[in-house]
Ligand binder design. Structure first.
Ligand SMILES: Cc1cc2nc3c(=O)[nH]c(=O)nc-3n(C[C@H](O)[C@H](O)[C@H](O)COP(=O)(O)O)c2cc1C
Length: 252
């Protein structure tokens, strides 16, 4: 419990002019000597500190939560989503939830440290139904996605039918909702060099039907990367409190 909360709940006293401290909730007349207030404050500091410590301990010991939410009509994106889950589960201490995007509720979003979104490509971008659902998380549900780690995947029938653009559109949604985004990493075992991509995609049309092993591997890497960063960011946040960004510069 924070000191301000203890004050609000009446657990500790508040300053009362020249009469020292009075317990909160006491009528506005002197009803206690100064030493009582001071003793109350000391107790509250110890009590509040213990509660704060316990809350921090509970927060640190809970698993890192990754939510994988997807849209899929004929099952291709769902298959990729399952691979994203597999990749995220490779990390210890990570709990992964897989849901269709329309089934996601406020609690899922609030609990998530990492959020991976996937959908098919429709006419070169994400399907309108996907956009409506995710827009409402912010616009209607007012969920705060700040500092959650995000990643995206998409399937598309064509080679250059817009899969990558769909991924970018999902990432753009995330960035605009103050999330931190990442894509899958690849390592060249011979040279040791590492590179990254914007997200995971799969071509599902007649020229290359279904979601192939290489594409599933990308999806696994995406899940792994987002989960890994979510774990790292949580560790960092527990030791450094979030700061307010500087104000936007007014036009000169
Ligand atoms: C209405 C509609 C529009 C589509 N538009 C595109 C497109 O613009 N580019 C593309 O590559 N694939 C397009 N596709 C193909 C789907 O993106 C592809 O089949 C996808 O893998 C389906 O995913 P799902 O099985 O998860 O529903 C379209 C499919 C439908 C039904």
């Amino acid at each position: 419990m924070r000191i301000s909360e203890a004050l609000d709940s009446g657990r500790i006293g508040v300053p009362y002019g020249q009469h020292g401290w009075r317990p909160a909730g006491c009528p506005p007349k002197p009803c206690g000597r100064g030493w009582r207030g001071v003793a109350g404050l000391v107790v509250a500091l110890i009590f509040g500190g213990t509660l704060n410590f316990r809350a921090a301990e509970t927060e640190a010991s809970r698993p890192t939560q990754v939510l994988v939410a997807y849209d899929s009509l004929s099952g291709h994106t769902e298959k990729a989503a399952a691979a994203v889950v597999e990749g995220a589960r490779q990390l210890t201490g990570v709990q992964v939830t897989l849901k269709r995007v329309e089934a996601v509720v406020r609690e899922d979003l609030e609990a998530a440290d990492g959020l991976v979104l996937g959908c098919p490509t429709y006419y070169g971008t994400m399907p309108g139904r996907m956009k409506t659902v995710i827009d409402d998380w912010s616009w209607k549900m007012k969920v705060d996605l700040t500092d959650k780690v995000g990643g995206a995947f998409a399937t598309g029938g064509g080679q250059t039918g817009g899969k990558e653009f769909t991924v970018i559109s999902l990432l753009m949604f995330m960035v605009n909702n103050r999330m931190v985004v990442a894509g899958p990493l690849y390592r060249n075992e011979k040279t040791g060099s590492v590179w990254a991509e914007a997200g995971a995609t799969a071509m599902t049309g007649p020229a290359d039907p279904g979601v192939g092993e290489v594409e599933l591997d990308s999806a696994r890497r995406l899940g792994h990367r987002v989960a890994e960063l979510a774990v790292k960011l949580r560790r960092g946040v527990s030791s450094a409190s979030r700061t307010n960004p500087p104000s936007a510069r007014a036009p000169e």
